[in-house]
Design a protein around this ligand. Structure first.
Ligand code: PMP
Length: 457
């Protein structure tokens, strides 16, 4: 039984002692005191189904015993020492992570967050190419430090940042973008940017395989292949920001003949899920068209199951640029975080969370899609695996964002025991990103509760 401070007491302390910019998801903020797998518990012992997974950071489930044990064991052994001494945890996890990567992507730099990982990736690209210009997508979120805030392209996440050397290209958003699902047309904008906004040479192109903060936006088909060759022609590196999607990264690992042949296709979760799909014999993602391997992959969030852990993976050749000076990160790759990361990898494999994300995710998406027939307010349902978005609009034709309704439905769902997130530039997209241990009954409960809450609007 929870005996700690009440929600009201915590709110009072937050108001007095914490950042005034912090906001709550619900009108009456939740005081979460315990988590177990896909469930969260509040101060009164009330159980909630977690459909948001700590914004996609909890991959295996809250308090997964194997991950907790790995953290406890490592903490008891040695919690931290300078990385200038040897410790096996970082080396073992780097090896395990590299073994999941395609091509020559096998050198790992550890960081503490997604922001740090992207800052490092952009710096590496700039050093390697000798260029400053980086291209990112409008509606992207890449972090909140100087460089990554520059690469982020939504004004609601930006302060007075100096936009040095960052250009934002058209977002290949099939639902709201100017060219619908025509990836080639969006890709042309990257060509134009390079031609008219740079010296003709760039450091790189950074993108999210599925935009998370931006509202679970998948990139239009054929876009990446086209952009890849444009960036290569301009001498740049392609950086896949998988921070929000890494919770699914195990889905890369598919050894069926078809997927082995497609190995060069990377860029994470989308293709990971696609691999899962290909294995079942379906072929509805059309991934054959995206024959690219990024030069750098960044990840965070889900790889630590809640422990601060980020990583940048690149090729040995590109990695050598960091030998020109000293590169150092005090906590990046510390034994406890890397032991946790390694345990997460093992759990995903042991519990077949890859298949689960595919099976339950497809089922959940199907059920969410069927809600669209019932509720006019649903403009779009999208995403892959257990990374799904439901966009609400007051009018399907004009696509006017139904932001207030999103908040109302979320609040109602919370009262009925289901937590989901929101995102998108207008805050009108439900983000459904549960822990990967989510099952079909959970999916049914979530959809039924969403259905009921929408009918109460
Ligand atoms: N990249 C993406 C795609 C993200 O979603 C986020 C966090 N929302 C980040 C980078 C930044 O990660 P962090 O908050 O760990 O710095």
């Amino acid at each position: 039984r929870y005996m700690g401070p009440t929600a009201e007491e915590i709110v009072r302390k937050r108001k007095e002692f914490l950042s005034p910019s912090m906001f709550y998801l619900y009108k009456k903020p939740l005081n979460i005191v315990h988590g177990k797998m896909q469930y969260l518990f509040d101060e009164n012992g009330r159980r909630y189904l977690d459909g948001f997974g700590g914004i996609a950071t909890v991959s295996c489930g809250h308090g997964h015993p194997d991950v907790v044990q790995a953290i406890v064991n490592q903490t008891n052994n040695i919690q931290h020492s300078t990385i200038l001494y040897l410790n096996h945890a970082i080396a073992d996890f780097a090896e395990a992570l590299a073994s999941k990567m395609p091509g020559d992507l096998k050198v790992v730099f550890f960081t503490n967050s997604g922001t740090e990982a992207n800052e490092l990736a952009m710096m590496i690209a700039r050093l390697y190419t000798g260029c400053q210009d980086v291209i990112s997508l409008r509606n992207a979120y890449h972090g909140n430090a100087a460089g990554t805030m520059g690469a982020t392209a939504m004004c609601n996440w930006k302060f007075n940042v100096v936009q040095s050397g960052v250009h934002h290209t058209q977002n290949p958003d099939p639902y709201r973008g100017a060219f619908g699902s025509d990836g080639e047309k969006y890709a042309k904008d990257v060509e134009d940017l390079i031609r008219f906004g740079t010296s003709g040479h760039v450091a790189g192109f950074i993108f999210e395989a599925i935009q998370g903060v931006g509202g679970i936006v998948e990139l239009a088909p054929n876009y990446l292949t086209s952009v890849y060759s444009t960036i290569k022609k301009a001498g740049g590196l392609v950086i896949a920001d998988e921070v929000v999607t890494t919770r699914l990264f195990e889905l890369w690992i598919c050894n069926c003949t078809r997927c082995v042949l497609m190995r060069h296709i990377v860029i994470v979760p989308i293709y990971q899920v696609q691999c899962g799909v290909a294995r079942t014999g379906s072929n509805f993602w059309g991934f054959q068209n995206h024959g690219i391997v990024p030069d750098i992959v960044t990840m965070a969030k889900g790889i630590g199951n809640g422990i601060p852990l980020g990583a940048v993976v690149t090729t040995p050749e590109i990695a050598t640029v960091l030998t020109r000076r000293n590169y150092f990160n005090t906590f990046g790759g510390n034994p406890v975080s890397t032991a946790a990361g390694h345990a997460v990898l093992k759990v995903i494999e042991k519990e077949k969370l890859q298949e689960n994300a595919h099976v339950v995710g497809s089922y959940l998406k199907e059920r969410l899609c069927s809600l669209k027939d019932k509720h006019e307010i649903i403009g779009d349902v999208r995403g892959r695996g257990l990374l799904l978005g439901v966009e609400l609009v007051t009018d399907r034709k004009s696509k006017t964002p139904a932001s207030a309704e999103v908040l109302e439905v979320m609040d109602n769902m919370k009262d009925l025991g289901v937590l989901i997130g929101k995102g998108g530039f207008y805050g009108n997209v439900f983000r459904v990103t549960p822990p990967l241990c989510f099952n079909k009954q959970d999916a049914d409960f979530l959809v039924d509760v969403m259905d009921y809450s929408m009918s109460k609007l």
